[in-house]
Design a protein around this ligand. Structure first.
Ligand code: FMN
Length: 225
């Protein structure tokens, strides 16, 4: 048997992984950054081949990791996690520093950051695992807690899109549950599911001013699933 909900017991943080330079830079939300070795300090990230950032990291041979704070605003997660840099300049209007390798480092909502040079790339099929050796790291705010994937899922009620390695098709989980009288509504921008059974409030009873807690889209952007 495969119980997909067992996967949710693995803990992760949430990050913006960026690359490129001051002319053309880009970043994406990742929950798959982890430290590979202590000596030398090496860090890995699983990056979907379809992500615009994948080609930029492969070309630049360096990347940065912004470690996000628990209070990260939904619009940051929406901008970097549900939209692609192919369609607009994600870094425009953001607070950005440039590292020793020239890569952009997003400072919005960051409590710390790392800069790495690419030392290895592993092709796993849908994703490339980029392994980088640390160039420099900075702690920006030690008073704030990092945003975890658990907090994002359970408190912010966020979900991961299909490009994320942790994506689970909700239909597979729901297929195993008995049908109820509660309805579900999906945000057409980020895929967030408003589940009446969990929220205990009918979707129709939410005010028109209500917005998606994950990406800030309007109530009218939700469709019943
Ligand atoms: C919570 C969350 C976690 C994510 N984790 C990853 C990840 O680890 N790897 C990945 O390739 N994409 C991940 N994604 C998806 C990318 O952030 C998303 O596909 C993004 O739009 C890609 O942007 P780009 O095309 O500008 O590179 C995640 C998204 C969210 C919201």
């Amino acid at each position: 048997m495969i119980d997909f909900e067992a996967f949710y017991k693995i803990t992760y943080g949430l990050f913006i992984v960026s690359s490129g330079d001051s002319v053309k830079g880009n970043g994406f939300i990742s929950n798959s950054v982890f430290q590979v070795t202590a000596e030398p300090p090496q860090f890995a990230v699983a990056c979907n081949k379809k992500n615009f950032t994948a080609g930029i990291i492969a070309h630049k041979k360096a990347f940065s990791v912004s470690i996000l704070e628990q209070g990260t605003a939904p619009d940051i997660l929406g901008r970097f996690g549900f939209k692609s840099g192919r369609d607009f300049d994600k870094l425009e209007g953001m607070s950005v520093n440039y590292g020793k390798t020239g890569v952009p480092i997003v400072l919005n909502a960051a409590i710390a950051w790392l800069e790495c040079t690419l030392v290895n790339t592993i092709d796993t099929g849908t994703h490339l695992i980029f392994i980088g050796e640390l160039v420099q790291s900075v702690l920006l705010d030690k008073s704030k807690d990092p945003l975890t994937y658990l907090y994002y899922r359970q408190v912010m009620r966020g979900s991961a899109p299909a490009n994320a390695p942790t994506y689970i098709d909700k239909a597979k989980i729901d297929a195993a549950k008995p049908a109820g009288t509660f309805k579900k509504y999906k945000c057409s921008a980020c895929g967030h599911i408003y589940d009446e059974e969990i929220e205990k409030v009918k979707f129709s009873e939410l005010p028109d001013s209500w917005t998606c807690p994950v990406c800030g889209s309007e109530k009218s952007d939700f469709i019943q699933v």
